[in-house]
Design a protein. Structure first.
Length: 93
């Protein structure tokens, strides 16, 4: 490829503003390319982590714990006399 110096020298003859715009363009293009590359690798990492058996097991256990707590809260609400047991009469109400 062409060296950046070789591209900037003719622009410096036209004006310093053109050199500044060229440098800003190069910086912008580099940042855009790096952003795309970083996004690709981050997406790959997230997709790979989603398939990790340990994380899947942890999510299943967390969901099970949440459902167990909700069922316990339901039976506590049904237990009107706070005896720790749900009688048939309490269940029918």
């Amino acid at each position: 490829g062409v060296s950046w110096e070789e591209a900037i020298y003719p622009l410096s003859d036209v004006g310093i503003a053109w050199v500044a715009m060229f440098l800003m363009y190069i910086c912008f293009a580099q940042m855009a390319v790096l952003n795309v590359i970083t996004g690709y690798f981050c997406q790959s990492a997230v997709e790979g982590a989603a398939l990790d058996p340990d994380l899947v097991a942890q999510k299943v256990l967390a969901a099970k714990h949440m459902l167990t707590n909700r069922i316990a809260e339901l039976f506590a609400a049904i237990d009107a006399d706070n005896s720790g047991f749900v009688t048939l009469h309490e269940f029918e109400e």
